[in-house]
Design a protein around this ligand. Structure first.
Ligand SMILES: Nc1ncnc2c1ncn2[C@@H]1O[C@H](COP(=O)(O)OP(=O)(O)OP(=O)(O)O)[C@@H](O)[C@H]1O
Ligand SMILES: [Mg+2]
Length: 502
């Protein structure tokens, strides 16, 4: 049997060709180490930072640390089935989530997959979750109000569309309730809401969704849930997924409100995955880039210029403090990034002042220019009145002989505190808020017993609905106060019908 030279050369050529195709080592790697939610992968030489990779059992991961000999991958799903030696493939895609109208009314996870059992989401559009914030020229200053429907916020710490306002307080001080009430109040405001729940109990989140559904707020709301039982990477990603879904609407000229409840838990999740990736820890064991974690998220809130469609994305980040310490690392970081903060205090909450907002420590740096004129006018002195009341209150405990002016200030202060209280899920439209604050600052309540103040407010609103609809319409449509005589007359007419309790 003779050996043909051509055959041999053909075989060799074939071998060489196969050798070439076999050696595509850049796109497939192997797991060399696996830990809690983290894998180290060898052989993904060309992988991009933030690229999605797929493990051999279908679980997705995201390339994070690109090191000399290996790549640190965070695993976006169950990691117990992944073993050392498993294959990992590149996908060539940066992490994306579905966006568009199809998501409205749905509850999704950080990857945009539905978790509400209502079938798949038929969205054809996606956006990468890391995007650059709108530039300086594409923005405009905040000039439209975002009405929360909460009197103490809308009057003293007003929020504008496109603003970033931090809501900060200890646990169980009514933070989530503020988010829910604000979302409920957007019913007739044409604002799309996105509630991002990070590291919360699934039972709490399902309670929130149920409340929103019952009151018809799911018609314009998306809930992104990364529950406490999910792996840390999903908690880390949830806010970016939420803001990405919001951006789609903003760039289409719509108004969006995104609530991040809360960023302390996101920071803790990021710390966990950073430590597992062996990034050097810094203050409070957070990695060095924890500031960037939040700044790049909150910078994506914006009010777009008219040329860009005039849409807006308002961000309400939440931060949980320990024992009211707003000087800790994450709180100070986020305070410095946002345009103001609303500070909730547990002692106020427990003394029955709910919402437990401390107006002295709360501030809104840009919302004032977006407040409607009528509200600006009536609420102008509220903050000072309250501050001087608090001062006098502690002072007045020691003596009973108070001069008339001091007593009057105390009386007004007590009624102001009463008026600024507000029950759960009872957001008020701005014209009703203006009416009661107008009555308050013009002394109509001064001779009403404190225990009757709440009833006075309820009955005044009911009366105005019947007999003062022109006044309410005037405030709503023009944003200005009606004629003083006219306004005073309606309120006095009402007051004459009001029966003081025994
Ligand atoms: N304005 C209010 N009037 C009456 N009750 C309220 C008010 N706001 C909140 N609550 C009650 O206070 C409790 C805590 O509220 P919420 O869950 O909003 O607080 P939180 O700060 O988000 O708590 P957590 O730290 O557990 O997330 C709830 O039971 C809620 O019903
Ligand atoms: Mg909460």
């Amino acid at each position: 049997m003779s050996i043909k030279a051509e055959e041999i050369s053909a075989l060799i050529k074939q071998q060489i060709e196969n050798y070439d195709s076999d050696i595509e080592v850049n796109d497939v790697g192997t797991v060399i180490e696996i830990g809690d939610g983290i894998a180290r992968v060898h052989g993904l030489d060309n992988v991009m930072s933030g690229e999605l990779v797929e493990f051999s059992n279908g679980v997705m991961g995201m390339a994070q640390n690109l090191e000399e000999n290996n790549v640190g991958v965070v695993i976006l799903g169950p990691f117990t089935e992944i073993r050392e030696g498993d294959e990992v493939r590149r996908t060539g895609r940066i992490m994306q989530v579905p966006v568009g109208d199809e998501l409205i009314g749905r509850v999704v996870n950080s990857l945009g997959q539905p978790v509400d059992g209502n079938g798949p989401i038929e969205s054809t559009n996606t956006r990468p979750i890391e995007a650059k914030a709108p530039g300086v020229m594409d923005r405009k200053s905040v000039d439209e109000p975002l009405q929360t429907g909460i009197k103490v916020i809308d009057s003293m710490v007003p929020i504008g569309r496109g603003q970033r306002e931090l809501i900060i307080g200890d646990r169980q001080t009514g933070k989530t309730s503020i988010a829910i009430d604000t979302i409920l109040n957007q019913k007739e405001e044409d604002v799309i809401c996105i509630y991002v729940a990070i590291g919360q109990k699934d039972s709490t989140v399902s309670g929130v969704v149920e409340t929103l559904r019952q009151r018809g707020a799911m018609d314009y709301t998306i809930v992104v849930n990364a529950g406490a039982s999910e792996p840390a990477p999903l908690l880390y990603l949830a806010p970016y997924a939420g803001v990405t879904m919001g951006e789609e609407f903003m760039y289409n000229g719509k108004h969006v409100l995104v609530v991040y409840d809360d960023l302390s838990k996101q920071a803790a999740a990021y710390r966990e995955l950073s430590l597992l990736l062996r990034r050097p820890p810094g203050r409070e064991a957070f990695p060095g880039d924890v500031f960037f974690l939040h700044s790049r998220l909150l910078e994506r809130a914006a009010k777009l210029s008219d040329e860009k469609g005039g849409g807006s994305l308002t961000a309400l980040p939440f931060v949980e403090t320990q024992a009211g310490d707003i000087g800790a690392y994450i709180p100070t970081n986020v305070i410095s990034i946002t345009d103001g903060q609303i500070f909730l205090q547990s002692d106020l909450f427990h003394s029955g002042v709910r919402p437990a907002i401390n107006p002295g420590l709360s501030v809104s740096r840009v919302g004032g220019s977006a407040q409607i004129k009528a509200m600006k006018k009536v609420a102008g002195t509220l903050r000072l009145d309250l501050a001087s009341f608090r001062e006098l209150e502690s002072f007045a405990q020691f003596g009973s002989d108070l001069d008339k002016a001091t007593q009057a200030k105390l009386d007004r202060g007590q009624r102001t505190v009463e008026i600024l209280k507000q029950g759960l899920h009872q957001p008020q439209r701005v014209e009703y808020q203006v009416a009661i604050i107008y009555a308050l600052v013009n002394g109509f309540l001064d001779d009403i017993p404190v225990e009757d103040v709440v009833r006075f407010e309820e009955e005044l609103h009911a009366y105005l609905k019947q007999h003062g609809s022109e006044i309410l319409n005037h405030i709503r449509e023009t944003g200005k106060l009606p004629e003083t005589d006219e306004f005073n007359k309606v309120i006095s007419d009402f007051k004459n019908t009001f029966v003081v309790s025994e």
